[in-house]
Design a protein around this ligand. Structure first.
Ligand SMILES: [Zn+2]
Length: 357
């Protein structure tokens, strides 16, 4: 396949022609410079690395009805919030079915990797592993041990089954728990993550010590908090649609200004479909609505580039011959590629070369 148009990747955007074969980039040149082959499919569009959804709770997909209104705590707090009651009431097979369907949707939208916070201890991690079996979406599962004080054997079990630990928040966990979990994650080379400043502002010291690999939300953080997190070089996954349901928004403009490593997630699957493109558009429009615009480039990076840095595979965000990127072709105009990608991408404008060959 020969794509004439533009590239948007870790080096920004530029006009280009890209040849794809067997789902990989084999040749890149200026527009009009690649020799056309008679039997080759030709399209106009923008070539990007496949997106990553950096924060989900796929288990919540067991409910798709309109969530009750009320403070976020009453909905998602452990152990008796709406969400946890729901997870308790539903059978394992219902949860697996719901998670599998959410993964299929993510895949249809071109998502290649998803970072999930999986509650329900070791058995919760097992359920998602089963749901993800056979899926082409790579699912990083950050599990959560149930016992408090933490049972070291349970913690180890969750870590063996999953890819790390995703805690509720520093506010909900003692410093002993956080230190024990962070140490175990370091020892096993797995990820340590937690929610931070979602509904109530927390002091950066509380969620940066011990140092996490990933923070989620920072929806009510101050500019100074954002600067502190940026200086600590800790990545943050933001979920603007989920925050909006509870009258909050992360300060994406502030994050861009302080150079924070920002990624994008779709959060609880009972509130929103795990659609990274809808999240991108909403994030952009919400910043304009509030009169604190963020650049389309910064937002595009949050889904297409930063996650690969975070995963330790930055080359996978590079559209170049021989790169390990899994490219996606978006049939959009080549003018101002970041703006096109952030505001106009939908599933039916997408060609997944890894599927069509
Ligand atoms: Zn979350």
């Amino acid at each position: 396949m020969l794509v004439e148009g533009a590239i948007l990747d870790r080096d920004g955007s530029r006009r280009a022609a890209v040849r794809l074969r067997s789902g990989l980039v084999v040749e890149v040149g200026l527009p009009g410079t690649l020799r056309k082959r008679a039997d080759e499919r030709r399209v106009r569009g923008i070539v990007v690395p496949s997106p990553v959804n950096a924060h989900t709770h796929l288990g919540d997909a067991v409910s798709t009805v309109e969530p009750p209104t009320g403070p976020v705590e009453s909905l998602v707090a452990s152990p008796d919030g709406f969400k946890f009651r729901l997870l308790r009431e539903r059978s394992s097979s219902e949860k697996i079915r719901a998670m599998r369907s959410a993964l299929r949707r993510a895949r249809r939208e071109g998502v290649v990797t998803l970072v999930d916070f999986r509650e329900e201890g070791a058995s919760g991690v097992r359920l998602l592993r089963r749901a993800a079996r056979g899926s082409r979406v790579r699912t990083l599962i950050l599990g959560r041990p149930l016992a408090r004080p933490v049972d070291p054997a349970e913690l180890l079990n969750v870590l063996e089954l999953g890819d790390g630990i995703g805690l509720s928040s520093a506010r909900d966990e003692s410093v002993e728990t956080r230190e024990l979990v962070a140490r175990a994650c370091r020892r096993t080379r797995k990820k340590f993550a937690l929610h931070a400043s979602e509904a109530v502002r927390e002091a950066p010291d509380s969620f940066l010590r011990p140092r996490p690999d990933l923070l989620v939300h920072l929806a009510v953080a101050t500019r100074d908090d954002l600067r502190t997190v940026a200086e600590a070089k800790v990545a943050v996954a933001v979920c603007p649609r989920s925050n909006a349901l509870f009258q909050r928004q992360p300060d994406l403009q502030g994050m861009e200004q302080v150079g924070l490593r920002m990624m994008l997630g779709t959060d609880n699957a009972m509130f929103h479909a795990p659609s990274i493109w809808r999240e991108l558009e909403f994030a952009y429009v919400a910043t304009r609505l509030r009169g604190r615009p963020v650049s389309a480039e910064y937002l595009a990076r949050s889904a297409l580039v930063e996650p690969y840095e975070w995963l330790g595979t930055p080359d996978a965000a590079s559209i170049a011959a021989g790169s390990p990127a899994i490219p996606l072709v978006l049939r959009l105009p080549a003018d101002d590629p970041a703006y096109q990608v952030v505001t106009r991408t939908t599933e039916h404008l997408m060609i997944r070369p890894d599927r069509v060959g």
